[in-house]
Design a protein around this ligand. Structure first.
Ligand code: NAD
Length: 303
């Protein structure tokens, strides 16, 4: 179909080809760590699909390797390069939403069912990477429940709760067993709600200028007043850009300039840290797990 594309049977052929400066690794997630490590050790710049690795220690090692070799390490957190998500970020940063109360995401459909990782590892990285990007922060604590209906080894449905700094909550529903296809992220703030529906080609983003907050500090119940805000529903123009193309352009730009991509190895590591905590919480039946720098600690096991 694409006769100009050179192919090979063995990944190691790519490592020894001096004409190749960079590799894009888009293989099953269970191979990300291994192939990325080989590529970095061979002196290649690497763009690897999400998640960077399936264990925090492995992700840390890849970040270290990239730093030591001075090569670009980028992770396919595609939504960070999605113009609708960038528009959301713009509104969050400009304060359109007021104080952010919580974020809610749903990523459900019948499959695509993978056989190497759970639906949690396959789908939740998208939403957690969006949450982290919008807030510019990582979760402090996670708890999650999941069930495996199709393959006893891997959860195919899960509900994730994340606690971010400033009392902001995040909620993610992922499923491979729901016929209702959803690709939605909502951010709810005191002044407005912003809603991203990746399946709505006409109105990918809508801003509901409605919200509820306290209009002023109060000292007694008599002074307590809620301010209900009612305004327009706005459907902002979204640039017709292809996220994956943006990812590739940034990868090439960063190789040339030496700048770090937005979705760099560190960003990939932070995501793996959160995902590892989610996995741990599921294994503990939903117990909260605290994330500290480099440490994932189940809260229930604290002294
Ligand atoms: N960022 C996104 O939006 C997004 C979307 C879809 C998939 N992904 C990620 O991309 C990755 C691949 O997903 P997919 O749907 O393309 O999977 P896939 O199973 O369709 O394709 C994987 C490819 O890897 C090849 N492969 C397997 N082992 C290999 C090896 N040892 N060396 C070289 N090639 C090997 C297979 O031949 C196959 O062509 C997954 O990690 C997934 O999470 C990301």
């Amino acid at each position: 179909m694409l006769p100009s594309i050179r192919t090979c049977q063995d990944f190691s052929e790519l490592l020894t080809d001096d004409k190749l400066d960079a590799l894009i690794i888009a293989v099953p997630a269970t191979l990300h760590y291994q192939l990325t490590k080989l590529a970095l050790n061979a002196g290649k710049h690497v763009l690897v699909e999400k998640p960077l690795a399936l264990q925090t220690g492995e992700a840390e090692e890849l970040v270290r390797l990239a730093e030591q070799s001075g090569k670009t390490l980028m992770v396919g957190h595609t939504f960070l390069y999605n113009p609708a998500v960038r528009k959301m970020k713009d509104h969050v940063d400009r304060g359109t939403l007021g104080k952010i109360y919580y974020m809610q995401a749903a990523r459900t459909h019948l499959g695509l069912i993978r056989t190497d990782v759970s639906a949690v590892w396959d789908l939740a990285p998208h939403d957690i990477s969006i949450f982290n990007y919008l807030l510019g922060k990582q979760p402090l604590r996670v708890s999650a429940v999941g069930m495996a209906h199709l393959n006893p080894k891997f959860e195919d449905v899960a509900f994730l709760s994340l606690v971010y700094p400033d009392q902001i909550l995040g909620n993610v529903h992922i499923s491979w067993v729901d016929s209702n296809k959803q690709r939605q992220v909502a951010i709810i703030g005191s002044k407005a709600r912003i809603f991203f529906d990746d399946l709505n080609l006409l109105e990918r983003l809508r801003i509901f200028e409605k919200g509820v907050s306290l209009d002023r500090p109060y000292e007694s119940f008599g002074e307590f007043q809620l301010l209900l805000r009612d305004g327009d529903i706005i459907s902002p123009k979204i640039d017709p850009e292809e996220p994956l193309r943006n990812v590739c352009l940034e990868f090439v730009r960063c190789i040339r300039t030496g700048e770090k991509p937005l979705a760099d190895g560190q960003n990939g590591l932070e995501l793996v840290r959160a995902m590892t905590a989610v996995q741990q919480s599921i294994a503990l039946g939903g117990a909260p797990v605290d994330l500290e720098v480099g440490v994932v600690k189940p809260v229930l096991q604290r002294p």
